[in-house]
Write a protein that binds this ligand. Structure first.
Ligand code: ZN
Length: 139
């Protein structure tokens, strides 16, 4: 099975998965070919593509500001730290961001994996103003 790193492109505000095996010195966004950066977080597998893309699309369409994304990450983190049931966490996040209702199947996919994707994709959007992470940390 291949492994993929999540990368985020601040030019078009999309995240995508890049195969680790390609070992490119510079990561490119698969949407617009701009330089992308690795999002800190778990590595993904072949079965994660669809859910990852769907959650990313919902967040892109919601057009969150960095501040909004940061608040949502905080809400999600508190719920997970409290040990809430994943279904409760999913429901709460949909209430906070109704656009997520469209991707509920992706969020509940192999819980808590869908929620970790959501956390990764939200945290990518909180970092627009900060420096780029070097692709070299993927080795
Ligand atoms: Zn892009």
């Amino acid at each position: 099975m291949s492994a993929y790193l999540p990368v985020y492109c601040s030019s078009c505000a999309h995240a995508s998965l890049t195969p680790i095996s390609e070992q490119k010195s510079e990561l490119r966004c698969s949407f617009c070919e701009a330089t992308a950066r690795v999002i800190p977080g778990p590595v993904y597998g072949d079965g994660d593509w669809l859910a990852f893309a769907e959650i990313d699309k919902a967040l892109a369409e919601a057009d969150l500001t960095g501040t909004q994304a940061g608040e949502l990450v905080d809400v999600l983190q508190v719920l997970l730290d409290r040990g809430e049931l994943p279904q409760v966490v999913v429901q709460t996040m949909i209430e906070r961001l109704p656009a997520l209702a469209n991707v509920r199947p992706a969020l509940v996919n192999r819980l808590p994996r869908g929620l970790r994707m959501l956390a990764t994709l939200l945290s990518a959007r909180t970092r627009d103003a900060s420096g780029h992470l070097l692709a070299s940390h993927m080795s």
